[in-house]
Design a protein around this ligand. Structure first.
Ligand code: TRP
Length: 381
């Protein structure tokens, strides 16, 4: 692979990703300042940093969704997680935005936990493991602050009776040649994975099916998940359901300077896992790849490069307390006033604080997490 080649599919992310090019390849739209302004107008408050700092950068049909919303037709949110192990901080990007939208607009949230998909896709995991991580991940997601009354979970192996009547219809619309082309499946790919995309589509249509009317859907997700929803959008009309709208985020860089935290695999130190003890968090941040210079003298003189720095990515996506703090860190990094060691110490304070608060919130959701899991279909057929 040459330096400017890259691959992004739901099952593989590699190379240095050119995000503008990726948007063109996928045929998605740019998330423009005009759209953000409309969002701002509708939500009435300050937009979250994930929107204003360019982490979300692409969409499908967002304008249409906002038109419908202003005409009195609210959407529901849908996102998900394939439980292949503990969550790391970059997995929170989609759920953070969903939590904010739910809180601001009072909309419903559907979360899919795909313990089946990760068993099919990752040969190293047992069924017990994907089911175990499914519940562990769900606690972490709900602990971000979702409203128990408006949040519904499809935990695939537990929710299959609720999903299956619709999955039957969806699956009939998807030819094998489509999934083969879209996901790059090989003859050796197991047939679980071949069927799986039907299950990821079902939540997009589920409320419309349940209520017998068109309910708009918005999916905040990493752009790597877009191929699934291209399939969804292609078959939506044929089934009489609205096409879901999407908001795509970039992949966050790993701590070791890799393209994405999500490509961590067994390289433990590339990501901050939510179950890492404080000492591990400290070690990982201390050794993280930065945009700093070879010597202190050079850095003072020439400044550092935040855009390539994995620690700056932490500030940018979650850990800066305010826009002012974020701007200060960025400016002082660039000017050479802030050295990497000091910057890491500062961000560590924020990270430790988040982990402490999160642990408390996580214990609390355990009382009601199970009750959010949908287990019955709204209709027999
Ligand atoms: N396939 C996703 C993963 O591997 C999980 C998922 C299911 C998902 N439904 C989704 C992600 C909807 C985003 C939006 O993690």
């Amino acid at each position: 692979m040459t330096p400017d080649e890259f691959v992004v599919t739901p099952y593989e992310v590699k190379g240095r990703i050119d995000y503008v090019r990726l948007r063109e390849l996928f045929g998605t739209q740019e998330l423009t300042p005009e759209l953000l302004a409309r969002f701002h107008h509708i939500t009435g408050g300050d937009l979250p940093p994930l929107l204003t700092r360019g982490v979300y950068y692409s969409h499908r049909d967002l304008g249409l969704l906002l038109d419908q919303f202003t005409k009195g037709s609210p959407f529901f949110l849908y996102s998900g997680r394939g439980p292949s192990g503990p969550l790391h901080t970059s997995h929170l990007v989609s759920f953070d935005l969903c939590r904010w939208l739910q809180k601001t607009l009072g909309v419903r949230m559907f979360i899919q936990i795909t313990d089946d998909e990760k068993f099919w896709a990752r040969s190293g995991l047992t069924r017990e493991e994907t089911a175990f991580w499914g519940m562990e991940n769900l606690y972490d997601i709900l602990a971000l602050g979702f409203d128990p009354k408006r949040t519904h979970v499809f935990f695939d192996s537990k929710s299959i009776a609720a999903l299956y009547p619709l999955a039957i219809r969806v699956a009939r619309k998807i030819p094998y040649s489509t999934v083969k082309a879209v996901f790059g499946f090989e003859p050796s790919t197991n047939i679980g994975l071949v069927f799986y995309t039907a299950l990821q589509t079902v939540p997009c249509f589920w409320p419309s099916w349940a209520e017998g009317r068109s309910v708009p859907c918005l999916i905040p997700c990493g752009i790597d998940q877009d191929p699934h929803f291209r399939v969804t959008r292609d078959i939506a009309e044929g089934l009489g359901y609205p096409k879901p709208a999407l908001l795509h985020s970039q992949m966050l860089p790993g701590l070791l300077g890799e393209t994405a935290m999500s490509t961590t695999g067994d390289r433990e130190d590339n990501a901050l896992f939510l179950n890492d003890p404080p000492k591990t968090v400290e070690r990982k941040v201390r050794q993280a790849f930065t945009g700093g210079r070879a010597t202190v003298e050079e850095q003072r003189r020439l400044g550092a490069t935040p855009e390539v720095c994995s620690v700056w990515a932490l500030w940018r996506t979650r850990f800066a307390r305010s826009e002012t703090e974020f701007q200060e860190v960025t400016r002082d990094c660039r000017s050479g006033a802030l050295l990497c060691g000091e910057c890491k110490g500062k961000v560590l304070e924020r990270v430790h604080e988040f982990y402490r608060d999160h642990a408390v919130a996580r214990e609390k959701v355990k009382d009601w997490a199970e009750s959010t899991i949908v287990t019955t279909a709204p209709k027999p057929l």
